[in-house]
Ligand binder design. Structure first.
Ligand SMILES: Nc1ncnc2c1ncn2[C@@H]1O[C@H](COP(=O)(O)OP(=O)(O)O)[C@@H](O)[C@H]1O
Ligand SMILES: [Mg+2]
Length: 536
């Protein structure tokens, strides 16, 4: 009766609403966001508790992006991302239709995403039109002007002071001196422009005679008998400046650990030159700091003979001053821990520097200071970073870890960006093809193929479930509509006694037709998605 009609109407409205908010594509959108942020497809259905802290940060970000919004507020979204995810996010935000307010220390990311900069300085907000590069130029000009005004004012002040000092004593000039004093007091002091960075340090290297510092010799690198990178045959020469690229999980960190000597190759060797000093920075190094000791203590332990003042001066270059030098590391922020770790590393004057995402906790000035120090550093350098400014400024060759192999990357970071975005869109199609991993034994290969099948199956599963659900709904709708159609085709429908029923049936028939069309469209879309997964 009327109730059924109303519910039908209501259901139709809800479907309409669901469609309007893109409900039918929600799963596919969520999957795309998660993949873009580096989540492997087979982990999309895993419980949140099974992810580490860094991955939960990514989940938070995915959630913020998933919500439909007019205003999106992102506070340091790239901190826990790798370069691939940053590039993907940049692309995504470029297409975000709403208003975006972003706090980030990644200047390339800023340049790509924003059109205006709000600068918070000395408790005021100032709006600059343009991207970060333009902001920096304008600000440098403003600072130069301010600095000129400041110097002029300082000259005036000095002049007034000397006048006051000279004539205060003389009774005849006392009155003039008094009025000068007032002028001086009224003068609104122009702040000196803070162009100075709080950091000043350099990365010095220890001389080494060898041309080849280290070589991975046909090394297979991996865990539990399964190589992540196979047959790595890589000499690292003095003065090399290498940026290491690759998807999340491609083996960049594994490679650095192997070079550092933390991970033994499963096969092949690691040869080192005499006098090699490796400086290795990775997030897990920060965890090796002693929480119940001070920054100073860490240095005194390394150099028991060093003068405290000398160590304090050194630490000052990393912006540890006064009390901060003797404060417990426990109280330190992530940024301070990262700085301390870098300070310790630099102190050891390495001639081979391995940096695995060194900028994660660093603010823009420290990044700049590190970038400059790395530019002047004369040792060999291998760096993994999502900060393209740092990569571009410090690396002059790029290597790519992909598909189980390490190879030189033929191109620059813009080419890499292109490569990442193309890879991403091809990823779904590629998912089912076995990866091309050289020199892996058949057993591992079979295991990998089984994993790929599983991965594909888990990728398909949610779509298949949705499809089954839709098919059931379609069948029900079709069958109900058939019944109504039959009745409407019969002469019974057009007699006076059934006038009310006729009206209801016609409305219901309209609803059903509409809902069938919706369901069919959704069904078609799901089919297309599944076909793409099959690689058609
Ligand atoms: N300690 C470990 N034990 C087992 N597998 C690991 C370990 N560390 C990393 N892996 C795996 O090795 C692969 C490469 O990881 P990683 O070198 O950290 O990649 P990247 O730094 O390029 O993101 C990933 O599949 C990762 O899950
Ligand atoms: Mg890594």
């Amino acid at each position: 009766g009327v109730d059924a009609h109303e519910s039908g109407q209501r259901i139709a409205e809800l479907h309409d609403r669901f469609d309007a908010i893109d409900g039918y594509s929600a799963r596919a959108r969520a999957a795309a966001l998660l993949s873009g942020l580096g989540f492997a497809a087979e982990r999309h259905d895993d419980p949140v508790a099974s992810f580490s802290g860094g991955w939960r940060m990514r989940l938070n970000l995915a959630r913020a992006l998933m919500c439909r919004s007019d205003l999106l507020l992102l506070d340091e979204p790239t901190n826990h991302l790798d370069l691939d995810a940053v590039l993907w996010l940049e692309d995504w935000l470029g297409r975000y239709p709403g208003t975006l307010l972003l706090v980030t220390h990644d200047r390339d990311f800023l340049d790509a995403v924003v059109g205006e900069i709000v600068h918070l300085d000395n408790g005021t907000l100032r709006l600059y039109t343009g991207n970060y590069a333009q902001f920096e130029r304008e600000r440098a000009q403003a600072l130069a002007l301010q600095q000129a005004a400041y110097i002029k004012q300082q000259r005036q002040i000095a002049h007034l002071r000397s006048f006051i000092d000279r004539f205060r004593a003389k009774a005849t000039k006392a009155k003039q001196a008094q009025s000068r004093i007032k002028t001086l007091e009224r003068m609104e002091s122009i702040a000196a422009a803070h162009v100075d960075s709080p950091f000043s340090f350099e990365l010095r290297s220890t001389e080494i005679g060898a041309r080849q510092l280290l070589k991975l010799d046909h090394a297979d690198l991996g865990y539990d008998g399964v190589p992540v990178l196979a047959d790595v045959n890589w000499p690292i020469l003095a003065g090399a400046r290498i940026g290491l690229l690759g998807h999340n999980g491609a083996g960049k960190s594994t490679l650095l650990r192997a070079i550092a000597g933390e991970l033994r190759p499963m096969r092949g060797g690691r040869l080192t030159a005499n006098g090699l000093r490796i400086g290795y920075f990775a997030q897990h190094q920060m965890e090796q700091l002693r929480l119940d000791e001070s920054a100073l203590w860490h240095f005194q332990r390394l150099e028991p003979g060093a003068r405290e003042q000398e160590l304090r001066n050194y630490l000052g270059g990393f912006d540890f001053r006064g009390d901060r030098v003797s404060a417990m590391v426990r109280e330190f922020s992530g940024g301070e821990k990262a700085r301390l770790t870098l300070a310790l590393l630099a102190r050891q004057r390495p001639n081979l520097l391995l940096l695995d995402e060194p900028t994660n906790h660093l603010d823009i000035e420290m990044r700049e200071a590190l970038t400059e120090a790395l530019q002047d550093y004369t040792g060999a350098l291998i760096v993994v970073a999502h900060d393209r400014h740092l990569l571009r400024a410090t690396a002059d060759e790029l290597w790519l870890a992909a598909d189980g192999n390490l190879s030189p990357f033929d191109g620059d970071l813009d080419d890499y960006r292109q490569w990442v975005l193309e890879e991403r869109s091809a990823q779904v199609a590629r998912a089912q093809k076995p990866r091309n991993v050289a020199a892996i034994d058949r057993k591992a290969q079979r295991r990998e193929e089984a994993q790929e099948r599983q991965r594909l199956a888990s990728l398909r599963k949610p779509y298949e479930q949705e499809l089954a659900q839709l098919e059931k709904e379609l069948a029900e709708l079709a069958s109900e509509k058939q019944t109504l159609d039959d009745w409407l085709a019969s002469p019974d429908a057009y007699v006076d006694e059934t006038r009310q029923r006729l009206k209801e049936t016609l409305t219901r028939q309209g609803d059903l037709t509409w809902r069938l069309a919706r369901a069919e469209a959704a069904w078609l879309q799901l089919q297309t998605t599944l076909e793409q997964l099959d690689g058609h």
